[in-house]
Design a protein around this ligand. Structure first.
Ligand code: PMP
Length: 309
């Protein structure tokens, strides 16, 4: 990726893609204290727009606050930087990656006296778990790794270091021939995917783990909660056991990258009911289609979630 053309916004400047570099003694590279976002821009009916830009930037600032990092830019500047990166790279749609890190002024665990930096990059990115997965559903395995406990590295921060857990879980699952991992919390209740929140449907009711299970407070999760309300679906946030997922009617993952991805199999057990065992369920399909209407500007009720670039 380092030899691409294009621009990256780095500490307030548009820098050539190839020149957007940092030093090997960067604090975050050694100790993992940093935060990032994953944001998508869609080429919708009214042109290119970033979906829920304000909320993503707010979460980035919340993550930094949790990690005791003072971002030296305003939220408005970070919003503008994201729009500028889409424009400068002439992207009609794509994935945005804002990231804040601690600089190279000094090493040692304490970052006190060091500098805080921020960059925004963007590139084209299709369906994260594959086009086929969006239609048919993906195959998932319960991870042998536990999701972070809420009092370890802070689960409401989208912290760089939290992703070692996600990487290990995803690599284990994909090495074993699955598409993605599902992680349990330290009490054994279902938490989330390696980079996605989880929903299950049973008897017409939609369930999702409450955030005490250590899952990230996903912006797509929040969007799906709004969609369910609009569709008249009851939603319950509660502790969910892995066997509740085995016997659910439908299950799906949500995330900015993963969007709404159906789950057709967990631990080699096909999920679902007669008519759609081992494939995308009807409620999932409705939610997925409502999601794509919203992100592509086809639902005026949520026009305020789209920031034109
Ligand atoms: N959980 C984890 C661990 C994630 O990395 C993500 C992706 N950001 C999510 C959940 C979903 O969050 P969002 O919908 O805000 O992208």
């Amino acid at each position: 990726m380092s030899d691409r053309d294009g621009k990256i916004w780095m500490d307030g400047q548009m820098v050539d893609w190839r020149d957007a570099k940092i030093h090997v003694l960067t604090h975050t590279l050694h100790y993992g204290c940093g935060a990032f976002e994953g944001v998508r821009a869609y080429n919708g009916v009214n042109g290119t727009a970033i979906f829920r830009l304000e909320e993503h930037t707010q979460r980035l600032f919340n993550s930094a606050k949790i990690l005791r990092m003072a971002i030296p830019f305003t939220q408005e500047q970070v919003n503008e930087a994201q729009k500028a990166v889409i424009r400068e790279n002439k992207l009609e749609s794509g994935y945005l990656r804002p990231l804040t890190w601690i600089g190279d002024r000094k090493l040692g665990v304490s970052p006190k006296g060091n500098t805080i930096h921020l960059m925004v990059a963007a590139w084209p990115w299709g369906a994260y778990l594959g086009e086929e997965g969006m239609k048919r559903g993906i195959r998932v395995k319960i991870s042998s790794y536990t999701r972070h406990h809420v009092n370890i590295t802070m689960t409401q921060a989208k912290a760089v270091s939290n992703y070692t857990n996600s990487i290990l879980a995803n690599m284990e699952a994909t090495d074993d021939g699955y598409d993605e991992a599902m992680l349990l919390d330290s009490s054994g209740f279902v938490s989330e995917g390696a980079g996605e929140n989880l929903f299950v449907v049973k008897d017409g009711v939609v369930y999702t783990p409450d955030l005490s299970a250590g899952a990230l407070n996903g912006i797509t999760r929040n969007t799906v909660l709004h969609i369910c309300k609009d569709l008249g679906l009851e939603v319950v946030q509660k502790r969910i056991t892995r066997d509740e997922v085995y016997i659910c009617d439908e299950a799906f993952f949500t995330g900015t990258a993963a969007e709404v991805t159906p789950i057709r199999e967990l631990d080699r057990i096909e999920l679902g009911k007669a008519g759609y065992v081992g494939s995308r369920g009807p409620i999932t399909e409705k939610i997925q289609s409502a999601y794509f209407d919203i992100v592509n500007g086809r639902n005026p009720k949520y026009a305020h979630w789209l920031s034109a670039v």
